[in-house]
Ligand binder design. Structure first.
Ligand SMILES: Nc1nc2c(c(=O)[nH]1)N[C@H]1C(S)=C(S)[C@@H](COP(=O)(O)O)O[C@H]1N2
Ligand SMILES: [Mo]
Length: 446
């Protein structure tokens, strides 16, 4: 296969520990064999008359279960111990895990909600632990009535809940130079999707009055990094939120407890955590995070500033390097699944290619299809037992289509760090193993 460039790096995920999940899958197949045979989704596993797991003799059925006060706050099954966020020394400041990122195990997620304990986390100075009684939010600058709010006061405003993705613009940054990680978690895990609850910033500003000269808002965090970004006032008045809840409970410390800024569809870096101050001004602040970082370097040597929304994007999550098709046999009907999202709006359609982008079929979108939120896509495929170059290509309702790697490189050059949204390719080999590769389809620098 000459059109792919190989990835030689070992995966950092622990495939060996996945056996408990695989056993469970087999057991389910055997148990519901009648229904499955009718639709011919799986070749029915051989039923063994002496399989003692089918009806009786399971150890949990012959003893008392746990007392209900054992875990006042619930925890996942011990068998799911391998479903965790992961860090990489490569994606940290010289291996220091205070200025680092931990990645969501996308291959283990179902639906579109990321459980709070699995939300990807990026910090510049470690996870701050804010005392909610000492929390204050100051809103000042070009406003009529500057205010300082306590947490209780903030929560008195009418609240709103929205399903929104959060993605670091550096998601997949290592991949600009060629395939780096043979892992979905490390290629695309700097993103998550959750239901966020809080107040629209516009609601507060309607009350305290924005001066007509206010064009920009500075958001500043209270953690040791005092991370700051400036946001144009149009976005602030459009759909910006100050949120205090995530999937129905208080924000996790990692996500900015007690309060963070949420800018739907925009770079997660702008969504300042452990929020302490919003200041309105006439000009952008040009903070460190928008001058030396989070600018987009173009081939000309010039850099684009104020580059905010995340582009239309998608990734196949089944199969993937962590979830190979090794158990499949020729003729099995199997579901290809993935996630699509766009900071510009709602996902319109997702195409899937099995041959590296020469031909595409349309996937179906399943479940909720919402703006600036993950959308699940699915395609039932008859496995031919042959090698594949699997790709997904998403389109949004703003008219954007995910570019090929060649198209993206032709415009953005090779020195990119942020906003990588080109089509990803999983190579499915003859043995069903899945590998992160890059496909060159037209004339462009490789
Ligand atoms: N105060 C503060 N806010 C912050 C950061 C930080 O280090 N400090 N990191 C930013 C970056 S770079 C990203 S990608 C997102 C990550 O949000 P998450 O950790 O909730 O996923 O938070 C942003 N907000
Ligand atoms: Mo980030």
């Amino acid at each position: 296969m000459s059109k792919i460039s190989e990835n030689n790096l070992e995966t950092t995920t622990d495939k060996a520990k996945k056996s408990s999940r695989r056993d469970f899958f087999k057991r389910t197949a055997a148990y519901s064999v009648g229904a499955i045979a009718a639709t011919n989704i799986l070749a029915p596993a051989k039923l063994l008359a002496d399989d003692e797991n089918i009806v009786h003799h399971v150890e949990w059925g012959t003893t008392l279960g746990d007392e209900l006060n054992k875990h006042p706050y619930g925890i996942p099954s011990a068998y799911e111990h391998n479903v965790v966020r992961r860090t990489s020394a490569l994606l940290s400041s010289a291996g220091d895990m205070h200025a680092a990122v931990s990645m969501t195990p996308l291959h283990e997620l179902e639906g579109i909600i990321t459980p709070n304990g699995l939300h990807f986390t990026r910090t510049h100075n470690g996870v701050a632990h804010v005392d909610p009684n000492k929390f204050r939010l100051m809103i000042h600058g070009l406003v009529e009535k500057p205010i300082v709010l306590t947490l209780d006061e903030l929560k008195k405003y009418p609240s709103e809940s929205r399903l929104l993705f959060l993605e670091c613009p550096a998601n997949g940054a290592a991949e600009w130079k060629g395939p780096q990680f043979n892992s979905l978690q490390f290629v695309k895990g700097m993103m998550s999707n959750a239901e966020w609850t809080g107040v629209r910033l516009k609601t507060i500003l309607d009350e305290i009055g924005l001066k007509p000269t206010a064009k920009w808002m500075l958001a500043e965090g209270s953690d040791g990094s005092e991370m700051s970004r400036t946001v144009p006032v149009e976005k602030v008045l459009d759909d910006a939120m100050i949120v205090w809840a995530q999937n129905g409970e208080a924000l996790r410390p990692e996500q900015g407890y007690p309060v963070r800024l949420m800018l739907p569809g925009w770079e997660a870096n702008l969504c300042v955590k452990w929020l302490k101050r919003l200041e309105f001004g006439a000009e952008p602040w040009y903070c460190k995070e928008e001058t030396s970082k989070y600018t987009v370097l173009m081939p000309s040597g010039k850099a684009i500033q104020h580059f905010y929304p995340l582009e239309v994007n998608s990734i196949i999550t089944t199969p993937c390097p962590e979830k190979p098709w090794s158990d499949l046999k020729k003729g099995d009907l199997v579901e290809v699944e993935g996630i699509a999202w766009s900071g510009h709006g709602t996902i319109k359609a997702v195409d899937i290619s099995f041959d590296g982008g020469d031909n595409y079929v349309e996937a179906s979108l399943k479940g909720l299809v919402l703006p600036k939120s993950w959308t699940r896509f699915s395609y039932m495929y008859r496995y031919e037992g042959k090698p594949l170059l699997l790709q997904s290509r998403a389109m949004d309702d703003a008219g954007f289509v995910q570019p090929s790697i060649s198209q993206e490189k032709a415009i953005m050059g090779l020195e990119g760090v942020y906003h990588r949204n080109s089509i990803c390719t999983w190579e499915v080999r003859q043995d069903g193993s899945v590998h992160n590769v890059q496909v060159r389809t037209d004339n462009c620098p490789s």
